[in-house]
Design a protein around this ligand. Structure first.
Ligand code: SF4
Length: 336
């Protein structure tokens, strides 16, 4: 039997202070609590957390969408066979002790929407979140979670290098505050990354496992300019080359480049795989276009080439037959 261990390890704090254990687009369960209202222990062992854990542990996955969650679709990542689950989680599942999950090891700092770009698939304008509020949330989360956390994901709602609060925390990182932290993951568009920025990151961070997710959504200057405005293609390539050098030296352990598939870029899927491979990166990841409320319904349907009724859907399926899609770095996360 397959189970998902994500709700046993992941703790993501969102801009509205909700706590989520998984990407909200992948399931219908909603948050398990609010970070500012009570302690991490109470949220983590709350009835809602227990109900969700049970649903991913009894084989039903009744709140999870297999056509949206790449892990449920592909049986990879946190979706594993029960016998392969870490012993402590396996025993909780076998004994139905869903209120006894150990405190979360993975912290997702997804509460700052500040970003230098306004990608249509995400937002309609440049957003700069109130940094006093961001700081308040972060202070609360740090006080609550810091001692147990082994992994931090910086980003997911905005860009870490655009966020003064997250950026300054990184530059002044204090290892004593996070004694078990071993892995930092950057989710970024790279536009504000540079050699100077890398130099500012202290050795205490660089000693850890460092991984990157880079949002790109195109393999050409024209498409990138439309899907990632006002991002600059030449700057992106320059930043990718800096990252490629760090990856080649083993200073960065893994780089995944992300591509949200839509009408204006699906022809570039093979070129994207070649680009990512030439840079020496580890994964070219493709996901289908979601509507996060930024598109009118007709506009979304016009862009969502993965939908069977789309006029270009057959052409899209032909592109998916390209042999490059079989390359080991190509990951069709939740494409149909
Ligand atoms: S199966 Fe997918 S949607 Fe469900 S909890 Fe796991 S990762 Fe999230």
């Amino acid at each position: 039997m397959y189970v998902c261990i994500k709700p046993y390890v992941d703790y993501a704090v969102l801009p509205n202070q909700d706590v989520s254990v998984c990407c909200s687009a992948w399931h219908s369960f909603g948050p398990i609590g609010s970070a500012m209202e009570t302690t991490i222990e109470k949220i983590w062992q709350s009835e809602r957390a227990q109900i969700f854990r049970q649903s991913v542990s009894d084989g039903s996955f009744k709140y999870c969408h297999a056509n949206a969650c790449p892990h449920l679709k592909n049986h990879d990542g946190p979706v594993i066979l029960l016998q392969d689950a870490p012993e402590i989680i396996r025993n909780i599942i076998l004994d139905n002790r869903f209120d006894q999950a150990p405190l979360p090891k993975n912290l997702h700092l997804a509460f700052d929407e500040t970003c230098n770009l306004r990608c249509p698939s995400c937002r309609n304008e440049i957003i700069a979140s109130d940094q006093t509020k961001v700081s308040d949330i972060f202070n609360m989360v740090r006080a609550d979670a810091a001692k147990e956390v082994e992994y931090i994901n910086l980003g997911g709602a905005g860009d870490v290098f655009a966020s003064p609060v997250l950026r300054n925390w990184l530059y002044k990182f204090n290892p004593a505050e996070f004694p078990l932290l071993r892995h930092i993951h950057f989710h970024t568009n790279l536009q504000l990354f540079s050699e100077k920025v890398w130099e500012k990151i202290p050795d205490a961070v660089k000693k850890m496992k460092i991984t990157f997710d880079v949002s790109m959504d195109g393999a050409s200057e024209k498409t990138y300019g439309i899907n990632r405005p006002p991002g600059n293609w030449d700057k992106l390539i320059n930043r990718l080359n800096i990252l490629a050098s760090l990856r080649k030296q083993g200073i960065v352990a893994d780089v995944c480049c992300n591509f949200v598939v839509q009408k204006n870029n699906f022809h570039e899927i093979p070129d994207f795989i070649s680009l990512v491979n030439d840079l020496g990166f580890d994964m070219a990841k493709f996901t289908k276009l979601d509507n996060w409320g930024t598109f009118e319904s007709d506009d979304y349907l016009q862009r969502a080439v993965h939908l069977p009724d789309h006029p270009l859907h057959k052409e899209y399926l032909e592109i998916l037959k390209n042999p490059l899609l079989q390359h080991k770095i190509a990951y069709l996360a939740n494409l149909n």
